[in-house]
Design a protein around this ligand. Structure first.
Ligand SMILES: *Cc1c(COP(=O)(O)O)cnc(C)c1O
Length: 346
């Protein structure tokens, strides 16, 4: 039986082109700045994001941490959404390792934070207060239905930040999903922010790696912070080669994942006992839930897995399914049949 794994777009395996690129990669010692493949990927990433420079790091978590450490001193404050990946899923790294004070405000279902909430969270000068230094956005927003933030919203947040002397970091782990969904170049979405991180290892299917992008000065300092975190890598062209293939070959096809996610959501909607908010499905992520207490979420996940379809339980009555490279429209039909059969068994 073939497994249809919809738990995450991180389960994607490197493409044959990536494996060949890894095999052929020209290598050097990147801690000496001598790995040509890493340099090429960093230049390409900076260009795609419309920034001066970029830095390859091990993961999205490390990318966000390196950026926070580069923007903030100890005791300074970062304003971020209460549903943000950095607040929920990065092991508290910004406070544990950076002494950075997280100030959370509510994320709306579309992944934004209200401008008035952000403005109210920014502290004035007062000996009692931490200094507000950074605002963090997430695009697409993982917990908020994979929503894409618009350039207009991003600019409005950046304008507010600039007015109040703060900087903006964008967690763009899935920035290319946002770009494809909105029909815009990624640089249009990153133009207003001071730094952006994005992942190679999710929908883009590379095995490892994330990029941090910003000004040359920011990246020089980020490189130092990466080193301090133990993230200096030597022949990292092995990783970068797959990243180059990802940027060249795997961005435009994300539209297919978005179509499949929509197909999946539209197929879930009529299944009695399940509920999905079709309006919110914009990219590769589908959240859905139990419409009533007729059955147990954990049991549903287990029984569905027995039929060869894996999804993630993300709450007492909430599930996540993510489409990606390797999942076809036919797989979505099979997954829907399995889901309907599983629900009918209860
Ligand atoms: C996956 C993800 C990260 C972290 O990336 P890792 O490579 O898993 O460390 C950060 N932000 C968002 C929004 C993500 O989805």
């Amino acid at each position: 039986m073939n497994t249809i794994d919809l738990r995450s777009d991180t389960v994607t395996l490197p493409t044959p082109a990536m494996q060949q690129a890894i095999y052929d990669a020209e290598l050097g010692d990147d801690v000496f700045g001598e790995d040509p493949t890493t340099i090429r990927l960093e230049e390409m990433a900076a260009q795609r994001m419309g920034k001066e420079a970029a830095l390859l790091v091990a993961s999205g978590t490390m990318a966000n941490l390196v950026c926070a450490l580069t923007h903030c001193q100890r005791g300074e404050e970062a304003i971020l959404g209460d549903q943000s990946h950095t607040f929920l899923y990065e092991a508290g790294g910004i406070s544990a390792l950076g002494g950075i004070h997280p100030h959370t405000i509510p994320n709306q279902p579309d992944g934004t934070m209200r401008l008035e909430d952000i403005a109210a969270a920014i502290r004035g000068p007062n000996v009692h207060f931490p200094r507000s230094r950074l605002i963090c956005l997430e695009n697409t927003h993982n917990r908020c239905n994979g929503s894409a933030l618009t350039p207009e919203y991003t600019q409005a947040v950046a304008d507010l930040a600039r007015e109040r002397g703060l900087r903006v970091h964008l967690d763009g782990a899935r920035i290319f999903n946002a770009a494809v969904a909105l029909g815009l170049g990624a640089a249009v979405l990153t133009r207003y922010v001071d730094s952006v991180s994005f992942c190679l290892s999710k929908g883009l299917s590379a095995p490892v790696g994330s990029l941090v992008c910003g000004t040359s000065e920011f990246i020089a300092e980020a490189r130092r912070n990466r080193k301090a975190l133990g993230g200096g890598m030597r022949q990292s062209g092995i990783i970068a080669a797959a990243g180059i293939a990802a940027l060249e070959q795997m961005v435009d096809r994300l539209a297919e994942d978005h179509d499949n996610a929509r197909r999946l959501a539209e197929g879930i909607a009529p299944i009695e006992g399940l509920s999905v908010d079709l309006e919110r499905v914009q990219t590769d992520i589908v959240y859905f839930g139990l419409a009533d207490g007729r059955f147990d979420a954990g049991t549903l996940v287990t029984r569905l897995a027995d039929r060869g379809v894996k999804i993630l339980q993300v709450g007492p009555a909430r599930f996540r399914a993510v489409t990606h490279y390797g999942i076809s429209a036919a797989d979505i039909e099979l997954a829907l049949t399995a889901l309907a059969e599983t629900v009918n068994e209860f």
